[in-house]
Ligand binder design. Structure first.
Ligand SMILES: Cc1cc2nc3c(=O)[nH]c(=O)nc-3n(C[C@H](O)[C@H](O)[C@H](O)COP(=O)(O)OP(=O)(O)OC[C@H]3O[C@@H](n4cnc5c(N)ncnc54)[C@H](O)[C@@H]3O)c2cc1C
Length: 347
């Protein structure tokens, strides 16, 4: 079987790996493969992933943890937050997104056919996909995996095939993010982080150590709160928390570098179950299928669930159509949870 996977983000890398492990010839296509660092809005943002996720990620991409360590990623724990919000317990990595992507690609790429190009067009001729790339190349595939995130690159082709627009459910707006690097915190030795959730406003704040003398403070704002545009405004939001401990920790800190912000992202779900006549060899995965507000762990958790499902169901000989139907129904559940900003605990 020949597979074309669009997008080399976490979804594309992991899906390409499990399909190649199952004996498929896999082409992984992404213009970002040509870049040494990954150009993403969340590239510098520490990705907080629940502890139960790491053994699953390590199983899908063996050697991931040691590669992250080689890349200088610090280890701490978010799996065992103590009652006072301190982070401690089993060590798991706290990767920024750029290094997580680099490590995933490193652990997944062997034996894959890599194309550093943009997918321009996908056409289906009743049995095979023809995938036209920006560099003029054309690939042919039995299975097209769309892991292009919110770009949803193949959706227009699919809509043309079934003669209907792809329905997308849009949930209520999720929270916005603001993040800044700090220096000059006086934290007890060995304390790697702290997190707080404010029940009244729905805000969450997390402080993670980035290096010897740098910390990253990230706020996820409850729905409807406008983005702060200065570090002072961010600290002002922190002052509204009932729990003042985190505010006290950063009180004398100075910021390093600019404040990074991300506007609230509305969770969307491709509601494909209402469409008839979808081609057998088409599988959207990851953020292409379900975009949720990044509720500190939700995004990658859903990806790991989806890829593990693809792996087990493909091994059991189930059709792509059946796998797609299962994943669409699971995405429906996750979308509901995302609406209320409840993170998935484990995939
Ligand atoms: C600010 C922020 C913070 C977040 N924090 C967390 C967190 O702490 N924990 C967590 O679990 N999740 C978090 N997330 C969510 C997580 O980043 C996403 O769920 C995840 O990136 C989705 O992965 P993906 O591979 O499906 O899509 P993406 O990561 O978006 O990858 C899609 C890939 O497709 C490629 N592509 C696009 N168009 C084309 C084309 N035409 N041809 C070829 N390739 C193409 C892109 O270059 C890209 O590499 C956060 C998101 C944001 C924005």
């Amino acid at each position: 079987m020949r597979c074309a996977v669009i997008g080399a983000g976490p979804t594309g890398c992991l899906a390409a790996r499990v399909l190649a492990n199952a004996g498929a010839h896999v082409s992984l296509i992404d213009p970002a493969l040509a870049l040494s660092g990954r150009a993403r809005p969340q590239a510098g943002h520490v990705h907080v992933l629940p502890a139960p996720l790491w053994p699953r990620l390590e199983r899908l991409a063996p050697g991931l943890l040691s590669t992250l360590a080689d890349l200088g990623v610090r280890f701490g724990s978010v799996g065992a937050t103590t009652l006072d919000g301190e982070i401690g317990g089993t060590a798991v990595p706290w990767p920024d997104r750029a290094r997580l992507d680099a490590a995933l690609l490193d652990r997944c790429r062997h034996g894959l056919d890599l194309h550093a190009a943009r997918v321009r067009r996908c056409t289906w001729d009743d049995s095979r996909w023809q995938v036209a790339l920006g560099d003029g190349a054309e690939l042919s595939a039995d299975l097209l995996v769309d892991a292009s995130g919110v770009s949803r690159v193949s959706f227009r082709s699919i809509a043309a095939l079934v003669g209907a627009p792809i329905p997308v459910d849009v949930g209520p707006s999720g929270g916005a993010y603001a993040s800044v690097s700090l220096r000059g915190l006086s934290l007890p030795r060995g304390r790697l982080g702290h997190r707080v959730q404010d029940e009244a406003t729905g805000h969450r704040a997390i402080l993670l150590q980035e290096s010897q003398d740098r910390w990253r403070l990230t706020l996820q704002l409850g729905a409807g709160t406008p983005l702060p545009h200065t570090p002072e405004a961010l600290v002002e939001i922190l002052q509204s928390f009932r729990d003042r401990r985190l505010q006290l920790l950063v009180h004398h800190a100075t910021e390093v570098g600019p404040l990074a912000t991300w506007a609230a992202q509305r969770p969307t779900r491709a509601a494909l179950e209402t469409l008839r006549g979808l081609p057998e060899g088409w599988l959207p995965l990851g953020d292409a299928l379900l975009t949720t507000p990044p509720a500190l762990g939700q995004g990658i958790a859903q990806i790991v669930y989806q890829v593990a499902h693809l792996e087990s169901q493909h091994r059991a000989g189930h059709s792509v159509e059946r796998i797609r139907t299962d994943l669409c129904s699971a995405a429906g559940q996750q979308w509901m949870m995302a609406t209320f900003l409840v993170g998935l605990d484990a995939a």
